[in-house]
Design a protein around this ligand. Structure first.
Ligand code: CAA
Length: 295
């Protein structure tokens, strides 16, 4: 397996742009693939903004920021990924699209390169089977916001080779992250614990245990969480959370992973959270206002 020097990132959305950013920050030449230039423009604007915050705070100089940006190569051509040593996929959570993307790249990217996926709930084993390199296929699950969150879950399937797993684990450290080793069980470690907790917060709300703000305040002040469950749900995206619950419930058939009716209705109503302007809170004003607020 080659030493990882060049990184390919598929997708320049919230997660893909964050992954590309930290790879370039860590000194890797990084190619970022999108289907259309407009998605690259949007993602690169986000990277510019995030790096700008580090410059503002004196954590990085303007020259260093320019160097990081210089290591990032945006592209809409699969061919530009041919000589990457690792390809990290962070496109939308659509299993068939992911599989066809890997299958196409399998023929283009050099045969000893590692393929990895940032999926949060889909089965790495199934995705790996779309390629001829299942032994070199490793899950690499980052957390939002990628430049700030220290953790990466490194996921091995029953066919992943020790060498590919160890190389990917070491690569995650070079990205400045703290990796943990996970098996390919739906939701890995973090979402297996986080998702039932978030769903339980919605059930507590449905049952009238407390208001949105009070439940959030309870977990922030009572347990030291950086965000309460409803703020976090809005941050992750209710559509994303709903999708994850569907996959996890399908896998485990356990009530703790089943979506509460309110979550489904929020998604039906287009209240996806921060990204759509409203979720459990409304973000149109100066301060977020909880949807059950009487004030
Ligand atoms: N780039 C650069 N800097 C950033 C940034 C970014 N993308 N996002 C936040 N920051 C910086 C801010 O500028 C700020 O810097 P200073 O402290 O130096 O001023 C710092 O981070 C803190 O930000 P804020 O003051 O805005 O707010 P905060 O203190 O609440 O921190 C947070 C923000 C880091 C997001 C924090 O609230 C947090 O850790 N929240 C929990 C996030 C979480 O749980 N993420 C996991 C979600 S689950 C997931 O991703 C997996 C899945 O599969 C669903």
């Amino acid at each position: 397996m080659p030493t990882i020097q060049k990184v390919g990132v598929l997708g320049c959305g919230l997660m893909g742009s964050g992954i590309a950013q930290i790879a370039a920050q860590a000194g890797f030449q990084t190619v970022v693939l999108e289907v259309e230039q407009k998605y690259l423009d949007k993602g690169f604007a986000g990277i510019d903004k995030s790096l700008g915050k580090f410059v503002e705070k004196g954590k990085m100089t303007a020259e260093q920021k320019a160097e990081v940006m210089g290591r990032l190569k945006p592209t809409t051509s699969n061919q530009d990924l041919a000589d990457c040593d690792i390809v990290i996929e962070a496109i939308i959570e659509n299993k068939e699209l992911k599989k066809s993307t890997y299958a196409a790249l399998d023929k283009i990217v050099k045969p000893d390169a590692i393929f990895s996926s940032n999926t949060s709930s889909l089965t790495i084993t199934e995705l790996s089977m779309a390629t001829s390199r299942a032994k070199q296929f490793v899950g690499l699950h980052f957390f939002n916001p990628v430049p700030m969150m220290k953790l990466v879950e490194v996921v091995r399937t029953i066919v992943t080779s020790n060498e590919a797993f160890n190389d990917t684990f070491e690569f995650a450290k070079k990205l400045g992250k703290e990796p943990i080793a996970c098996r390919d069980n739906s939701g890995f470690v973090v979402n297996r614990l986080l998702v039932p907790y978030l769903l339980d917060a919605i059930r507590a709300l449905e049952e009238g245990a407390g208001s949105i703000e009070d439940i959030d305040k309870g977990m922030v002040l009572g347990c030291g969480h950086p965000m309460g469950p409803f703020t976090l749900l809005d941050f992750v995206g209710l559509d994303t959370t709903y999708f994850i619950t569907e996959v996890m419930f399908e896998e485990y058939r356990e009530k703790r992973f089943a979506s509460p009716p309110l979550l489904k209705k929020m998604v039906m109503a287009g209240r996806y959270g921060r990204k759509s302007g409203a979720g459990f809170y409304d973000y149109s004003g100066e301060k977020p206002v909880a949807m059950d607020s009487k004030r």
